[in-house]
Design a protein around this ligand. Sequence first.
Ligand code: DX5
Ligand code: ZN
Length: 216
Amino acid sequence: MSIRIAPSILSADFGRLESEIFEVASADFIHVDVMDNHFVPNLTIGLPVVERLAQISPVPLDVHLMIADPDRWAAKYAEVGAASCTYHFEAANNPLQVARDIRSTGSRAAVAIKPGTPAEAVFDLLTEVDMVLVMTVEPGFGGQEFMREMLPKLGALRKAAADAGTDIWLEVDGGISVETAPEAVAAGADTLVAGSSVFGHLDRAAAIANLRVAAR
Ligand code: DX5
Ligand code: ZN
C-alpha cells in the first residue's frame, strides 16, 4: 500500500505561501487547516484564501475544517476547489447531511474525530464518507506531541469499514514525524498529515521523501 503524505501549511510561512506550496509539490495533497476561533481556540484562513490556493496549487487540497457550523460551510469549500473536504463530527448538527453535501459537489468527503471522540461515533457514516481523520493531537495548533493512545481507533475503523463493505482512507493528523509515522501506518493509517516535520526543515522535498521512507 502506498502511503499518502499531506504537508500542513499551518507550519508554512504565510508571507510566501505560493512558493511554499510549490516546495511541497512532491506531496500527494496539501493539507489546509481552516480554524474559526470557535470550534478551536485559533484562527487561520477562510474561503477566499482556500479558493485562490486551489487555483494555484500544483497538488490537490485536503481541507481540514476546524470550524463551527460545517453544515453551512463545508460544501462551499468543496465548491471552490477542495479535492477533499474534512469536517468535524463534533461540530456538525447533521453529520450525514454534511457528508452528502460535500460529495454532491464531486469532492471527497471526510469526517474528523477529536481525541475525546470514540471511533464508534462515526461508524454509521463509513458508507457515506471517503476518509476518516483521526486526530492525534487536540486540534488547534501545530507542533504538539503525538497521542499514540489514539492509534487503536484506526484498527477499529478499518474493521468497521470492512464489515460495512466499504474501503475508506484513514488519515492521522498531529505529531507525525519520521519517528511516529511508522506507528501510525502499522496501526492502519494510509494518509499522513505533517506540519512541523515538513515545514520545520529547510529542504521540504527531503523531509517528504524521509517521511515516505519511514512510512513504507
Ligand atoms: C492541528 C492541525 C494540524 C497541524 C499539524 O490542529 O489540524 O494539521 O498543522 O501540525 P504538526 O504536524 O506539527 O503536529
Ligand atoms: Zn489539520
